[in-house]
Design a protein around this ligand. Structure first.
Ligand code: FNR
Length: 353
């Protein structure tokens, strides 16, 4: 029996690490290479790890005997209703996870009635993504190209396709040093394969570019990657409609704060001048509840989307979203919150652990 077990283990390891398991994915790169790109963080991955650990330092102050027979998880994002406050953060290269790539993501998001922030690094054309779920609620994540005319065209293309917001990623003038990706030569191998030029992002982008974007589009602008009260204040002064507190899943500056730790100073600075969202390290419904309690209007998930797609495409991602929905609903019920308006700072305390 033990011998049989060892043979199976060896064969499955061989299949995975030789890339044989990959035959159903239309890409020549090996399975570990993709997984390492999805999982990778910058340098020593301190920030990536802390994004998750930081939630464990927060405890609830739950309330009891409040008739929890009806719970409502609905909320709005800049006026559009979604079924629960968990959206899909922009991540690239979904065809590495599942052959249908971003089309599956769009369908799953629409089925669960939530927001899908589509990445500039998508492996399906924006027209295909829009056609896959014509009634879906989508924002487009923008990296500003060194060739500004190309960026202007892209912005106008997504606006015409019915995307409802423009998310400018602010934390990537250069790509962070992700050791696994350097080892795998990911940029060269994958960007070239999908026809995306490496290093196309303009490192000179600055706050004045908000005015330039406003001259191109009437879409609301959301800035992603804010971690300090100073930048939150600048975002408000430049008239953007929302910010996403984010450290790019710990893939950019290692040693920056966990996003949940940066949230409070940002929320306190902007007050109700704009909506504040958060991503990074959200893995359970109780994480979502903690982020909402500290002032996020909605959270977004990155890697859990990629694991769901890798497992079973659209169905796998729907399952990930459903699990988070059900866990959030249960956490709200056990904490005594009937709906999202009842979630506030009174609900949490910071553990001394
Ligand atoms: C990202 N992220 C990202 N952000 C962005 O603005 N544009 C992008 O194209 C990508 N691509 C991307 C790829 C991969 C593989 C990852 C893991 C992340 C960052 C993403 O939007 C989000 O900030 C984090 O993923 C959130 O952290 P969690 O949920 O992955 O912990």
């Amino acid at each position: 029996k033990l011998w049989q077990f060892c043979c199976i283990l060896f064969a499955s390891h061989f299949a995975i690490f030789s890339g044989a398991i990959n035959s159903w994915i239309p890409s020549p790169c090996s399975f570990p290479l993709k997984c390492q790109w999805y999982a990778s963080g910058a340098d020593e991955c301190c920030t990536r790890e802390d994004n998750i650990l930081a939630y464990k330092r927060i405890r609830f102050r739950p309330r009891m005997l409040r008739d929890m027979s009806v719970i409502d998880t609905k909320t709005t994002l800049l006026g559009t209703e979604i079924s629960f406050p968990v959206g899909i953060a922009p991540t690239g290269f979904h065809q590495l996870a599942w052959p249908d790539g971003e089309k599956s993501t769009a369908r799953a998001a629409a089925a669960m009635n939530t927001c899908y922030i589509t990445s500039t690094y998508s492996t399906c054309a924006v027209e295909e993504i829009a056609a896959a779920a014509p009634r879906g609620f989508r924002w487009f994540q923008l990296y500003i190209h060194r060739n500004r005319a190309l960026t202007a065209q892209l912005v106008q293309r997504v606006e015409a396709l019915g995307f409802q917001g423009l998310v400018l990623t602010a934390d990537l003038p250069y790509t962070g040093k992700r050791r696994a990706d350097i080892h795998n030569n990911f940029q060269e191998n994958i960007c070239t394969e999908y026809g995306l030029p490496p290093n196309f992002i303009d490192p000179s982008i600055n706050w004045n570019d908000i005015y330039w974007l406003k001259s191109l589009t009437r879409l609301p602008i959301i800035v992603k990657g804010i971690l300090t009260r100073e930048d939150a204040d600048l975002a408000a002064r430049h008239g953007v409609q929302g910010i996403i507190v984010s450290n790019h899943g710990g893939r950019q500056l290692d040693g920056g704060p966990a996003t949940i730790d940066a949230l409070v100073e940002v929320v306190d600075m902007v007050q109700d001048k704009m909506e504040v969202y958060l991503d990074g390290g959200i893995r359970t419904g109780s994480d979502v509840l903690k982020a909402l309690a500290l002032g996020a209007k909605c959270v977004f998930i990155g890697r859990p989307v990629l694991w769901g797609l890798t497992y079973k495409g659209e169905e796998g991602l729907r399952e990930v979203l459903q699990i988070l929905h059900d866990e959030l609903r249960l956490s709200m019920a056990l904490a005594g919150c009937h709906n999202v308006t009842e979630i506030g700072r009174h609900l949490v305390q910071f553990s001394k652990l």
